[in-house]
Ligand binder design. Structure first.
Ligand SMILES: [Zn+2]
Length: 200
């Protein structure tokens, strides 16, 4: 059932090339409040290999490993490539208080099209799910911004951000409702068991 969708986040943190540990953030974890959304500006042919290639490329720029925290391919597969608490390198001066989520692709923003037409539906749904998941786990992440807002020479992620933010809000409400329904069912079950114990 779509409403109960639970997605796997593939852990690639210990598998990507890595030559050092990120330096500490200059913000406390509770003050890390921003999710920056990126696009790779590249094809998505072999995501696992591309993650490794990107890590090697970022290492060649003097960074520890791939600069993002989470990578999402066009099939909607989600890969975590850095611990969220680590600083990363994806947004220049804004790395200290943010995490980076990147979708692979070389799409461009088209005004007449919805986000689900600009990128594959599976990929978009995973992006929405991932952001909602991070915000539900760590409520301090109150801000969702596009890379181009932070950096004048970027256009990524080339999505309609207001629509993305509103889709994430809807997803969070849905997840919350599902949790309450499940909790209600659990209590109902416990009460029915309790009654049986009392009446037998
Ligand atoms: Zn970017």
């Amino acid at each position: 059932m779509a409403i109960l969708e639970n997605r796997v986040i593939k852990n690639r943190i210990n598998e990507v090339p890595r030559i050092c540990d990120w330096r500490a953030r200059s913000f406390a974890w509770d003050d890390v409040d921003t999710i920056v959304v990126h696009q790779t500006d590249s094809s998505c042919r072999d995501p696992e290999q591309q993650i490794i290639d990107t890590a090697n490329y970022h290492i060649s720029k003097g960074w520890c490993t791939i600069g993002y925290h989470i990578y999402i391919d066009q099939e909607g597969k989600i890969y975590q490539v850095n611990n969220l608490k680590d600083r990363g390198a994806h947004a220049g001066n804004d790395n200290d208080y943010s995490i980076g989520i990147v979708i692979c692709g070389d799409h461009r923003l088209r005004d007449g099209d919805t986000n689900e037409k600009i990128i594959p539906v599976k990929q978009y749904k995973s992006l929405v799910w991932t952001i909602a998941h991070v915000q539900n786990l760590y409520p301090q992440f109150t801000k969702i911004v596009s890379h181009d807002v932070l950096s004048n020479d970027r256009t990524d992620p080339n999505l309609h951000m207001n629509d993305l933010i509103s889709d994430v809000k809807k997803k969070r409400v849905m997840k919350l409702m599902v949790s309450w329904v499940l909790l209600g069912l659990l209590f109902g079950f416990i009460i029915s068991i309790g009654r049986k114990i009392l009446y037998y």
